[in-house]
Design a protein around this ligand. Structure first.
Ligand SMILES: [Zn+2]
Length: 323
């Protein structure tokens, strides 16, 4: 592989993007735009990993290792140089494919009255919210052609889970929300399974980078809950996409001392409330102030706002939340 090809690959994959996609988080800002964070290459307890976005280089003061994005991939995945290159190329393809797909679905949203009507029905109205969450719509039957026209080969679309084995778009009549490294699709028809993700991890807490600065954070189960709260003015809200947090999401929530309001569903089988209770215990053990929000029976934050709840009423629920 020529020097030029290597340089191109490194240019196309900013080290910071790659680190963040592998759950690295900058902790402390230094001069000249550099960052310190925990080292993903050794068991690090105080930030000793220096990252310089302008040079695309890293160095760890703990384990003494450093280099460019290729070196990082070698060390992180414990593979040889040639395998690291293959992994990076694969990652680059996947990231751009997801980006193109999300952009395509965003273009479709306002071309399909049924999608806009569904959002209205779920209480999602503000254009700022739709822009903020980059909400799109998968009508079905047109993504494959669009992506192939852009030069993505069919096997890549199948591997990503965007196209089924027999060649159909997998997301059909679904509202689509881009996540970190995945896409969540909510069916607007009652005959299909409501929730769908692409194969792979669902990622971290939703919009965590924007939320972690808050001393008080509201955690909800679903993106439609997130949406109505954000729209009502609660910008300190995040979402776990389910009532079970994966280890990474739990770690994010515990990355500082804060109050966490758990606004989970009060569904009839009680699973949301049981999950909230268990999570509150675990968070308290980590020294966080965890409080459970009592929504009216049978409600989730989304239905609460759809049925006319407003900012002040939800604020009252937060104030009444139990520890
Ligand atoms: Zn290290």
């Amino acid at each position: 592989m020529s020097r030029q090809t290597l340089d191109e690959l490194k240019q196309q994959i900013p080290l910071l993007d790659y680190l963040e996609a592998h759950h690295w988080r900058p902790v402390r800002r230094l001069s000249r735009g550099r960052w310190m964070g925990l080292c993903p290459l050794h068991d690090d307890h105080q930030p000793s990993f220096l990252m310089d976005p302008s040079k695309n280089l890293f160095y760890c003061y703990g384990c003494g290792r450093g280099g460019d994005v290729i070196r990082f991939a070698e060390l992180y995945h414990q593979v040889k140089f040639s395998q690291a290159l293959a992994l990076l190329r694969q990652w680059r393809g996947w990231a751009s494919l997801l980006h193109e797909t999300a952009s395509f679905y965003r273009m479709q949203l306002h071309r399909h009255a049924e999608a806009v009507a569904y959002l209205q029905q779920r209480g999602l109205r503000s254009p700022e919210l739709i822009e903020h969450m980059r909400i799109g719509y998968a009508p079905g039957g047109c993504l494959r052609g669009w992506l192939m026209q852009l030069g993505y080969p069919l096997p890549a679309l199948r591997q990503a889970g965007l196209v089924s084995a027999v060649g159909y778009d997998t997301y059909m009549h679904r509202i689509v929300f881009p996540l970190e490294g995945n896409l969540y699709g909510r069916s607007i028809s009652t005959s299909a399974p409501p929730h769908r993700f692409l194969p792979g991890a669902k990622g971290g807490l939703y919009a965590w980078e924007q939320v972690r600065q808050y001393q008080e954070v509201i955690l909800v189960e679903g993106l439609f809950d997130y949406a109505v709260l954000w729209q009502a003015g609660f910008h300190n809200v995040t979402c776990a996409m389910g009532n079970h947090l994966n280890a990474y999401q739990f770690g994010q929530l515990c990355d500082g001392t804060r109050t966490v309001y758990l606004a989970f569903d009060t569904d009839s089988n009680g699973s949301g409330q049981q999950a909230a209770q268990r999570l509150a215990c675990r968070l308290s053990e980590q020294g966080l102030d965890a409080r459970r929000v009592s929504l009216p029976d049978g409600d989730d934050p989304n239905s609460f706002f759809v049925q006319g709840g407003d900012y002040e009423q939800f604020q009252c629920l937060l104030e009444g939340a139990r520890g």
